[in-house]
Design a binder for this molecule. Structure first.
Ligand SMILES: Cc1ncc(COP(=O)(O)O)c(C=O)c1O
Length: 369
């Protein structure tokens, strides 16, 4: 045991809440008093501010990030018989976007160094059924947007961004959210911009997509009680819109602190047993997660726990080996880099409220391993 420091978790939302509690409780009362429970002015305001933040023309709040992906697929006309290219190394919800509209996810391996979708692996997976490439800005780091978009354009495909983990991340200096036809965000509580419940969003620069998704999320109607198509109830709660609008004002500061912590890890961790995600010069990560790999993960985890460091695990099984997709007949060995990550990754503590002392403790403990 290196010191008497208290347990350092992978994520602690309580400290953040303590910081904004007064504002959150005040706006909660306002939302309740004004009965703005579903959609409404607080969601409208957040949508406007989030579009401005992302530098896109439109932003829309929905009930979670998974439905944002589903709605984006519907707006792109994806359905049964179609294929959607998706990195094997992502949270499974990226694939649900395709599956929930009856399409088939087609997985590709990640780059062995950046751990993001490998553009070089995409072309051989394209068939006459492919409609969309869904890139993921995983762990908060942008994927190679230009390379993926070039492939999409060459084959007449659409590209969407799964930006669920990357609010505020920059690709070549531009915030993610406007590179594809649409970008889908999660505001799940643990995300860099997280609601106090479930919420998600979509950004786009295309009015047709915006109008269509807006209608789909609200029972397929633009005029109340006149339904143009079979729709869904996927609206954002008023309360979540109001809280997200408050938290958006802090996002850059919180992301900045995450970047500081990441830099401390990158410069301070010198133990060669620990490998980190490569960051190309065009990628400015917002470090939703700080994932590393080690050969002997179980042993390393036990050692960290004994020293009061409690990492997370994102993600232990790559999408193509999930039981839910056994019908697609993938096998171990199909995507070696994604499989290696799943077997060897762990996520170091990463949230804006970590103290310098805690960060230093994590570094010291790792270097003494
Ligand atoms: C990469 C990715 N895509 C999609 C989602 C789905 O978002 P939600 O949990 O809000 O449905 C998440 C979040 O968990 C995610 O990390």
């Amino acid at each position: 045991m290196l010191s008497t420091i208290a347990k350092i978790p992978c994520l602690d939302l309580k400290k953040q809440y303590a910081q904004i509690k007064d504002e959150v409780l005040k706006v909660t009362e306002e939302v309740f008093e004004s009965n703005a429970f579903s959609g409404g002015p607080y969601v409208d305001a957040f949508e406007q501010h989030f579009a401005d933040y992302c530098g896109t023309q439109y932003a829309m709040g929905v009930n979670n990030g998974t439905t944002a992906l589903q709605l984006a697929m519907l707006a792109l006309g994806v359905g049964p018989g179609d294929e959607v290219i998706i990195p094997a190394n992502t949270f499974i919800a990226t694939a649900w976007g395709a599956s929930h509209v009856g399409a088939t996810p087609v997985f590709v391996d990640c780059d062995p160094d950046t751990w993001e979708i490998d553009p070089a692996q995409i072309e051989c997976r394209i068939t006459e059924r492919t409609k969309v490439i869904a890139g993921v800005h995983l762990y908060g780091q942008p994927f190679d947007v230009q390379a993926v978009k070039a492939i999409a354009d060459r084959f007449g495909l659409k590209m969407i961004e799964d930006a669920a983990q990357a609010h505020g991340a920059r690709y070549n200096g531009t915030r993610v959210g406007g590179f594809g036809e649409m970008a889908c965000f999660s505001f799940y509580p643990g995300k860099n911009l997280g609601a106090y419940g479930e919420a998600g969003g979509m950004t786009t620069n295309d009015k047709a997509y915006y109008d269509h998704v807006r209608s789909l999320r609200n029972h397929g109607c633009q005029v109340r009680y006149y339904h143009d198509e079979v729709g869904y109830n996927m609206r954002m709660d008023g309360l979540q819109g109001a809280i997200l609008d408050i938290k958006l004002r802090y996002l850059d500061a919180w992301n900045g602190r995450r970047q500081e912590i990441a830099k401390a890890y990158q410069q301070g961790i010198t133990n060669p047993a620990v490998k980190m995600q490569k960051q190309p010069e065009w990628a400015e990560s917002v470090y939703h997660l700080f994932v590393v790999t080690v050969e002997n993960r179980d042993d390393f985890m036990t050692y960290l726990n004994e020293n009061n460091v409690f990492p997370g695990l994102h993600y232990p099984v790559p999408c193509h080996l999930q039981k839910a997709y056994h019908n697609l007949s993938y096998h171990r060995g199909d995507f070696p880099h994604s499989e290696y990550l799943a077997d060897h990754c762990l996520s170091l503590p990463m949230f804006a409220e970590l103290t310098d002392e805690e960060v230093q403790h994590v570094i010291n403990v790792i270097n003494k391993y």
